[in-house]
Write a protein that binds this ligand. Structure first.
Ligand code: CAA
Length: 281
């Protein structure tokens, strides 16, 4: 496992590419949008500089990491020699299914195809390919260079050898693998999103204002960010879409998205990326 292709140059894709290159893997970063690729390479450079500044890596290691990264706008060229493809495109089922059916055509027959999806069924994604035993979830957390978890999701058909390979690879990235079965929200979001939703409901019901709710969870539970600040950081549209997956998947009212969250997303208040959510940026 040496050649990695990462599909999608957004925040998660550039973080995943960064970490693989930092740990000595050859990385093809693929995106149809040339300007996004340029922005991603700049962002990776800045984040590597930050790590040099904190003495996490040396200037030499930074240069080596940058030399291992190649951008591609052509998916066929980007994945042609990949041992592993990690898809980190938009969190949209139709787009992911299309990408996986293309990857199945274009990547070497032996390549493992992983998705960084936060909530779409791996079994469903795998069914878009003719190699469902080689399809797996590899869910990184944001910011990828900092967060130590990779949630590994076994689809219905994922082969045990593939899970073992991906778990061993995760350790080589200095991260801890946690394996989950393919049910809505897996582990991370099944637990995180109801907490965020409850924080939003607390605000909606005027239990307290946003900074007070966040302060309780930061100081009382030692969370690095309060749930409302974290929701802004993740994106309120992403939170809403994951809650819908939980609500539909389990059919239980406890997962129903708070009406305030629905209203904010409808109004375009998506958090950090739109400049306003529970806070202004
Ligand atoms: N690349 C490299 N290093 C980075 C970085 C990046 N993109 N972002 C931050 N860092 C480093 C900083 O250099 C700093 O390093 P030191 O500890 O060595 O000083 C460290 O991370 C902390 O950064 P800051 O001092 O700038 O800021 P902070 O102390 O406020 O920490 C944070 C920022 C790490 C984001 C912290 O607030 C945190 O852990 N927040 C919670 C993050 C979280 O819960 N993520 C999961 C979201 S859910 C998800 O991703 C999955 C999903 O499906 C929705």
């Amino acid at each position: 496992m040496q050649k990695i292709a990462v599909i999608g140059a957004g925040t998660m894709g550039n973080g995943i590419a960064h970490v693989f290159a930092q740990y000595g893997f050859t990385v093809s970063l693929v995106d149809i949008d040339r300007s996004l690729l340029d922005k991603a390479l700049q962002q990776i450079g800045k984040n590597l500089d930050r790590q040099v500044g904190k003495a996490v890596i040396t200037e030499e290691q930074k240069k080596k990491a940058l030399s291992l990264l190649t951008p591609f706008t052509d998916m066929a060229a980007g994945v042609a020699e990949a041992d592993l493809v990690v898809e980190a495109a938009t969190e949209n089922t139709a787009i992911k299914l299309k990408i996986f059916s293309q990857l199945d055509e274009l990547a070497p027959a032996g390549a493992i195809l992983a998705s960084n999806t936060s909530s779409i069924s791996i079994t469903r994604i795998a069914a878009a390919t003719r190699r469902p035993e080689k399809v797996i979830g590899m869910h990184f957390m944001n910011p990828v260079p900092v967060m130590k978890l990779v949630e590994i999701i076994n689809g219905y058909a994922t082969a045990k050898a593939v899970t073992d390979t991906i778990a061993a690879l995760t350790l080589k990235l200095g991260k801890t693998p946690c394996v989950a079965a393919d049910y809505p929200g897996f582990i991370a979001n099944r637990i995180l999103m109801p907490m965020i939703n409850e924080a939003i409901c607390s605000l909606y019901e005027n239990v307290a204002d946003a900074p007070t709710i966040d302060t309780v969870m930061k100081l009382g539970m030692a969370h690095p960010m309060g749930p409302l600040q974290l929701a802004d950081f993740i994106g309120l549209d992403v939170c809403l879409s994951i809650l819908k997956v939980l609500h539909e998947g389990f059919g239980q009212p406890k997962y129903a998205p708070c009406p305030l969250l629905v209203n904010m997303v409808t109004a375009g208040k998506l958090g950090v990326k739109s400049g306003e959510g529970f806070y202004r940026y």
